[in-house]
Design a protein around this ligand. Structure first.
Ligand code: CA
Length: 494
């Protein structure tokens, strides 16, 4: 049968029209060190005081996960897991001293091959030059909060202003010039709220007159656990130092910025130093200074999430764009007396995951129980794009879970492995959780110990039950599960 040319044209046109809804855009909004405790959609003691209405909007229009756990709670390694869908020992990026091998298979490369436009703007933190992206515009190393340098295709471009705003400006610029006929995969990744916590000038006075509630474990003495935690060097009492406390601050500010910044901090710092606080009073002051600056950095992130969501609305892209909000790990906001991350304890082991996909993810739903992970993100991106998921990925597509149908054989335990021994006094450790109990192994000679927590009765993980005769069966079961997962994931022996 011969079809007239006009009919062929019409068929081709129809295919391209109908192809679009099958291949949604993916907007991956990723922060650095953003704890669930500082997202109001997760509730908690800070929710009313420091709301995040724009991130909450994603939750209201989508699904929030309460048990999204990382595989290795530190910046670079988490990012390598997101790109590859493989544990650190296989993707080669175990700790922040490593450099990412960009020649390996990654989700962006596979999406690019599948016809997606791929772009990353903001924090990269993997040392090597990004691969698999049609466009990259990334901070050098950790980046800085003000006046950042962005590396793009061999060029370094200096920007003036607040980095969280600039990352969004550049994200919007890329969206404006993209090819509208192809779906996009866009990673917009903030430095914030990573330390040292330098707020935007417009947020310096916010929270100034309030007392932020202290977590119940601010003065934790670590009794009831192994001798691992007492060796920490991430204490709000003793380890913050003047730069983290904004008693000394950035040399990267322009004279105008410095004037406003210094105008805020100097009189407050002088009053603090003159008061010569000691003991708990001093720790309390440190906590207030830390948490307020952290929350101010989050406020700028939230405003910028709002700008991107508004852009999707204005451009008619909301319906056909999957929005994912997450962080490279959680963080201690004073719990156990700490700032920083690394430990397998809940606050840093858990990371936010909030997703919106109109028509696919039911609005305003909370997934309380399924164990999901940043290990699953790569498989999920590929599944959204209807692209084959290679067999060597170690995670699993979250799409069925997003659709509200958790497969019967979904994971019932999750394996964790932290390698950067000694950073902030945190030893090498690994472990497993089934969502109710958690077993942690500290194998290094100076510790050579275990911890076991009953998360349902002791959510703050204050009392290790390892070796408790009442827990014998649970302990044995988790030790077997740990060995099984190490075999399954091909973890090299201790
Ligand atoms: Ca981080």
């Amino acid at each position: 049968m011969r079809l007239p040319l006009a009919s062929l044209f019409l068929i081709a046109f129809s295919f391209s029209t109908f192809a679009k809804p099958d291949r949604p855009n993916i907007l991956f909004l990723f922060c650095d060190d953003h704890a669930t405790q500082a997202i109001s959609a997760y509730g908690g003691a800070l929710a009313e005081l420091a709301p995040t209405p724009n991130i909450d909007r994603i939750a209201k229009e989508g699904m929030l996960f309460r048990k999204c756990y990382v595989t290795n709670s530190i910046c670079g390694p988490s990012r390598a897991v997101v790109l590859t869908g493989k544990y650190s020992h296989l993707n080669g990026f175990r700790n922040n001293g490593d450099s990412f091998d960009g020649s390996q298979q990654t989700a962006p490369k596979l999406l690019q091959k599948a016809g997606y436009q791929t772009s990353i703007v903001g924090k990269w933190h993997l040392k090597s030059t990004p691969t698999g992206f049609d466009h990259f515009e990334v901070l050098k190393g950790q980046g800085q909060y003000y006046n950042p340098m962005l590396l793009t295709n061999g060029k370094q471009v200096k920007h003036t202003g607040y980095t969280t705003d600039i990352i969004t400006d550049q994200t919007l610029k890329w969206l404006e010039q993209r090819d509208p006929d192809k779906p996009f995969f866009l990673m917009s990744q903030h430095k914030a709220p990573h330390g040292r916590w330098e707020p935007a000038l417009r947020h310096l006075e916010w929270l100034d007159d309030v007392e932020v509630p202290e977590p119940s474990t601010l003065f934790d003495d670590y009794s009831g656990r192994s001798n691992a935690a007492p060796g920490h060097e991430m204490g709000i009492a003793d380890h913050m130092g003047k730069p983290r406390l904004m008693i000394e601050y950035s040399s990267k500010l322009t004279p105008e910025q410095f004037g406003v910044f210094d105008g805020h901090f100097r009189p407050r710092n002088e009053a603090f130093l003159a008061a010569r606080l000691e003991g708990k009073d001093k720790t309390r002051w440190h906590y207030q200074r830390y948490i307020k600056n952290y929350l101010r950095c989050v406020k700028a992130v939230d405003e910028n999430v709002g700008r991107l969501l508004a852009y999707l609305d204005e451009q008619g892209l909301t319906e056909n764009t999957v929005v994912i909000y997450s962080s490279d790990q959680g963080f201690y906001l004073g719990e156990h007396g700490w700032f920083d991350k690394r430990w397998m304890y809940e606050e840093s082991f858990r990371t936010p995951l909030i997703v919106r996909w109109p028509g696919t993810v039911k609005p305003n739903t909370v997934n309380q129980t399924d164990l999901v992970s940043n290990l699953d993100f790569a498989s999920t991106f590929l599944d959204i794009a209807k692209t084959e998921i290679p067999g060597d990925l170690q995670g699993r597509s979250l799409l069925p879970v997003w659709k509200g149908i958790t497969p019967d054989d979904w994971r019932s335990s999750h394996y964790y492995h932290y390698y950067e021994s000694g950073g902030h006094g945190v030893p090498l450790h690994f472990g497993v959780t089934d969502g109710h109990y958690k077993l942690i192994r500290f194998p290094e000679e100076h510790l050579d110990t275990w911890e076991l927590y009953d998360l349902d009765s002791d959510p703050e993980e204050l009392e290790s039950r390892y070796g408790d005769p009442e827990m014998e069966e649970i302990q044995k079961g988790l030790q077997e599960e740990l060995a099984r997962l190490q075999g399954r994931y091909e973890v090299p022996a201790e």
